[in-house]
Design a protein around this ligand. Structure first.
Ligand code: KIV
Length: 262
């Protein structure tokens, strides 16, 4: 599959839905790259990969390490790197950290969470040559401030505010927006209100594409399965079954038999 560009990603608005999946390492990036249009090195890696309860302790060094691994495994796929909590509080800090991503990795773009209140940061980044993916709706990095992970778009006021967020980010130069945890009919209205692609997660199918955390969609992450996640395989059971077979064969000395020795 030919690597997408910002131009070809934008042409997918109102067209074939974009397939975005998170990736954290070269091994899975290689596997996912056969079907994904875009790989997102999400700060969710701090949870499923790092074993932490939330994304807040993710660092720039971590994101750079994992982005390089993903890019090595999937050099033919468009890659977006998440900016961790606290790394884009003001224009100077945001630009310094985004420049680190571009200088230290081959990543194609960065993602920051926030709506109209972050439009000035999006403008500063895009006007300095950084491609920016917005992220509106449920903002995992704001869960403490908001008192939990809250689904958005439950009132007309919230709907109007989400539309204003998307439009402000688009005007500031973002080339794509992720919309998370938003009522499906509202996410559809938001997608219709802008001319850049809007990629949903827990936001229904009235948008221009979908993103899922790879370990969720492969059924590998057992502690919690969000309502919006479809598990396309029971990865945890498959892995446990394989490891258990290995254990049994090691203990019975069935492995390694003559096929597996020098
Ligand atoms: O960090 C992440 O994986 C994300 C997706 C949930 C969109 O931001």
């Amino acid at each position: 599959m030919k690597k997408l560009t910002i131009g070809s990603i934008q042409k997918r608005k109102h067209s074939l839905p974009l397939v975005m999946i998170t990736a954290y390492d070269a091994l899975f990036a290689r596997l996912l790259s056969e079907s994904a249009d875009i790989l997102l090195v999400g700060d969710s890696l701090n949870m499923s990969f790092g074993g932490n309860p939330d994304t807040l302790s993710t660092t720039m060094d971590q994101m750079i390490y994992h982005t390089n691994a993903v890019c090595k495994g999937a050099s033919e796929v468009f890659v977006i790197t998440d900016m961790p909590f606290g790394t884009y509080c003001d224009e100077k800090t945001a630009l310094e950290n985004a420049i680190r991503v571009y200088r230290e990795t081959p990543s194609d773009a960065i993602k920051i969470e926030g709506g109209a209140d972050k439009a000035h940061l999006v403008r500063h980044l895009t006007s300095n040559g950084i491609a920016v993916c917005g992220h509106i709706g449920l903002l995992p990095q704001a869960f403490r401030a908001e008192g939990g992970y809250k689904v958005k778009g439950k009132t007309e006021e919230e709907t109007i505010s989400l539309i204003a967020d998307a439009q402000a980010i688009e005007k500031a130069g973002a080339f794509i927006i992720v919309i998370e945890g938003v009522k499906a009919n509202v996410a559809e209205r938001v997608a219709q209100s802008v001319s850049i692609p809007v990629i949903g997660i827990g936001a229904g199918n009235g948008v221009d594409g979908q993103v899922l955390v790879f370990s969720d969609m492969l059924g590998l992450y057992e502690p919690f399965v969000p309502k919006f996640v479809k598990q396309y395989m029971n990865g945890a059971a498959a892995v446990k079954e394989a490891i258990n077979s290995y254990k049994n064969e090691v203990q019975s000395k069935e492995f390694p038999n003559e096929n597996f020795i020098y």
